[in-house]
Design a protein around this ligand. Structure first.
Ligand code: 3H9
Length: 700
């Protein structure tokens, strides 16, 4: 490399860190695609560069910038499974802060984790208007490990730092400026602006965050806050530990605080939770790489048609409008259409009212959605998604009509959550163009989409589903057809086992408390009440004629529905609701006790461990059957569905990742113990039996 001003040493010009010395301000450029993670080579290069800045008399200041689309997005997660290698990031950031010449960070994209810590060690930060700042380590089961918990509170105060560090939330450039995280927001020349700022700092006293002290906090308020963070973390270890470390910034000098931070970082790095969350991170990305679909060109999609403007259809419309698609929503009559339009407007109003969306953006999104009565207006659409009543005949009739109306080559999708997508596709003359796109409610918020392919679905239609999901910033999981696909099929087993526990002696609030302690945001009965009991009642009635008479069937939910108790929306379901709070209800207890009597069971207390172990075994066994039947290709597809659609705690890594840790033999024993008692459908999955017998695992 040729330098415009000769340096006394060029040792730091190799590898992923380049030093471009244009006196008086040098540029240190990190170029480590895809996200400029601080691999060992980056750390070594940065340290060399800083030492060179310190040494070289022609350099008076420096800017740290990154090539590509983002500033440093953190430590290299792939190195976390290996022993740490020198130089360690804390030493690098300390060297940056200690530098006697001003060092300014020029931040574009995302400065996350170690990237944020590098920027905090600099003496100034200039942000691109689209930049984001954050310490997301807790999402990987870690605490920041290079001074983040110590420098951030010295800059923004203990309380704001505890919020940011324990949630892992990123802040955008304007909030970063408000909080003092950014010194300046750049115009259209980030590096030029950062260079100019660095030049201004030459000869001035440098602000080193490590030398400041953070103002203390009332100890009781601090303890309450930590307790609150732990409660919200639902079993995840890192958020509480991170919050406690932040508090040290008001008590200890930087070096001591950083030593404690490093100790905690290294401890958590080798924890089961961190391993599970790393698995979750990579699985979320791997899931989009579907064998047989990689490299297949998706069909171009810009014009979307949505049939049905109920809760689901409206949510889907909002998701597409948010992602810049041209959306047309249709309904059968003007009244239903007006209600749908109001629902969509309401979603945006609430976002504006809570300050999450600017009015101008709302207006832009609202104009992206047009409305029509009848199907005729869908003729020119590239992708039509139906979200109408969950009934096979209704859907088949609709698809017959869509087949007539929508242009050839368009993708026709159903949002069904249970029905046979193949049977729906057969109602058209173009089954290759038909796919299931199963969104989760609220569709504009929930990340998961199941892409359900039939035997006839064309590969480029599956590829289109994946490409559309990517544009929606959703997490797609490709699966094949079965009743309930991946998530709802497992959920059915989960709920059945929960109902068996009721018959044997537990009560809804006990099962819910046990599963919430497991880490689910809500237990199964609270979720039923929220979703509405009538939906699964309709499904049970549909399936009743084909139900195996030997199946253990608990009818308490049916009896609740017969009593008009459909959950929260009717003020009562598995619980009764007072002022929004759920309360156990003696009426429900009586129904359950009656069910136990009719089954001839003597009720007995059921421990939290037993509830958790039985439900976990039910989930893993059904998941394994889904794998055995090749409904999905890989265990990670199931883990991703359960974590992103059903609240399976990510710090457990999903049911199959966790099953490997718990031990398949122990899970199989539980399945076998229940199989004889719970009847057909509960036999152990072949894949579980064979793996347990051979010492195999779901993940090698
Ligand atoms: C940390 O920093 C600890 C420190 O406090 C202390 C240390 C002592 N490492 O997400 P994308 C890969 S903890 C390795 O699809 P996007 C990713 O796997 C870290 N690889 O792109 C993917 O690879 P592939 C704290 C990484 O534009 C590719 O990059 N930092 C890393 O949607 C593209 O990623 C974080 O937790 C990494 N750190 O989103 C940030 N990051 O193509 C984690 C990404 O083979 N990263 N990859 O599948 C993110 O949140 C997003 O990747 C980001 C870009 C927002 C940066």
């Amino acid at each position: 490399m040729t330098l415009s001003t000769p340096l006394t040493s060029t040792s730091c010009t190799d590898g992923p860190v380049r030093l471009v010395a244009t006196a008086p301000v040098a540029l240190i450029e990190i170029d480590n695609p895809p996200v400029n993670a601080t691999s060992q080579a980056v750390r070594a290069g940065l340290l060399d560069a800083i030492q060179e800045i310190e040494r070289n008399p022609q350099i008076q200041a420096a800017v740290i910038a990154c090539a590509g689309r983002t500033f440093v997005a953190g430590a290299d997660i792939r190195e976390f499974g290996q022993p740490p290698r020198e130089p360690h990031l804390p030493d690098v950031v300390n060297a940056i802060e200690a530098c006697s010449k001003p060092v300014v960070a020029a931040v574009q994209g995302t400065a996350l984790g170690g990237g944020c810590e590098i920027a905090l060690a600099c003496h100034g930060r200039v942000l691109d208007p689209g930049a984001q700042f954050g310490l997301p380590e807790v999402k990987l089961g870690l605490v920041p490990g290079a001074g983040g918990t110590q420098r951030l509170p010295r800059l923004v105060g203990l309380e704001a730092a505890m919020d940011l560090v324990s949630s892992g939330r990123s802040v955008k450039a304007d909030e970063a400026l408000r909080l003092g995280l950014a010194d300046r927001i750049s115009g259209d020349d980030l590096r030029g602006d950062a260079m100019a700022f660095a030049r201004e700092l030459v000869g001035r006293p440098l602000r080193r965050l490590g030398e400041l002290s953070a103002a203390g906090m009332d100890p009781e308020a601090a303890a309450r806050k930590v307790a609150d963070i732990r409660r919200k973390a639902r079993g995840a270890e890192a958020p509480g530990r991170a919050a406690e470390l932040v508090l040290l910034a008001a008590e200890l000098p930087l070096a001591e605080g950083m030593a404690r931070e490093r100790e905690t970082f290294l401890e958590l790095r080798s924890s089961d939770q961190a391993a599970a969350l790393r698995h979750a991170f990579f699985a979320e990305r791997e899931v989009t790489r579907v064998p047989g679909i990689e490299g297949v060109e998706p069909r171009p999609v810009q014009k979307i048609g949505i049939v049905g403007a109920g809760t689901m259809g409206s949510g889907i419309a909002v998701a597409f409008a948010d992602a810049g698609f041209d959306v047309k929503v249709v309904e059968t009559d003007a009244q239903a259409l007006a209600a749908g339009r109001a629902r969509i407007a309401d979603v945006y109003e609430r976002q504006v009212a809570s300050g999450r969306l600017a009015e101008a953006v709302r207006d832009e999104r609202l104009t992206a959605v047009s409305y029509d009565v009848g199907l005729a207006g869908l003729a020119d659409r590239d992708l039509v998604i139906e979200a109408v009543f969950e009934d096979m005949e209704v859907k088949r009739t609709l698809f017959r009509d869509l087949d007539r109306i929508v242009r050839p080559g368009a993708v026709l999708a159903t949002n069904t959550s249970y029905l046979d997508v193949g049977a729906i596709a057969q109602a058209t003359s173009r089954p290759a163009d038909v796919v299931g796109l199963h969104f989760f409610s609220p569709a504009n918020v929930m990340k998961l989409v199941e892409i359900v392919r039939t035997d006839a679905t064309a590969a480029d239609v599956v590829a289109t589903g994946l490409a559309v999901a990517k544009r929606l910033r959703k997490i797609p999981v490709v699966c094949r057809v079965c009743e309930g696909f991946v998530g709802n099929r497992i959920l059915t087993r989960y709920r059945q086992q929960a109902e068996y526990l009721l018959e044997e002696g537990a009560l809804p609030h006990e099962v819910d408390a046990a599963m919430e302690a497991f880490g689910f945001p809500m237990g199964p009965f609270a979720v039923s009440d929220l979703a509405g009991l009538d939906i699964s009642w309709a499904r049970r009635k549909r399936l009743a004629p084909t139900r195996d008479p030997r199946e253990r069937y608990v009818d308490v939910a049916d009896r609740l529905c017969e009593a008009g108790r459909f959950g929260r929306k009717t003020g009562a379901g598995w619980y009764r609701y007072e002022g929004g709070r759920r309360e156990p209800d003696p009426f429900v207890t009586e129904l359950i006790e009656d069910a136990s009597r009719r089954r001839g069971l003597t009720r007995h207390p059921v421990s939290v461990e037993e509830i958790q172990a039985r439900i976990r075994a039910a989930i893993v066994n059904e998941a394994c059957k889904i794998l055995d039947e090749r409904i999905v290709e890989r265990p990670l597809d199931i883990d991703v569905v359960m974590m992103h659609g059903y609240g399976y705690p990510a710090w457990r890594g999903g049911p199959l990742f966790e099953a490997d840790r718990v031990g398949l033999k122990a899970i199989l024993d539980k399945v076998n113990e229940r199989a004889g008692r719970d009847g057909p459908g509960w036999e152990p999955a072949e894949g579980l039996v064979s793996r347990a017998a051979s010492g195999g695992r779901f993940y090698s």
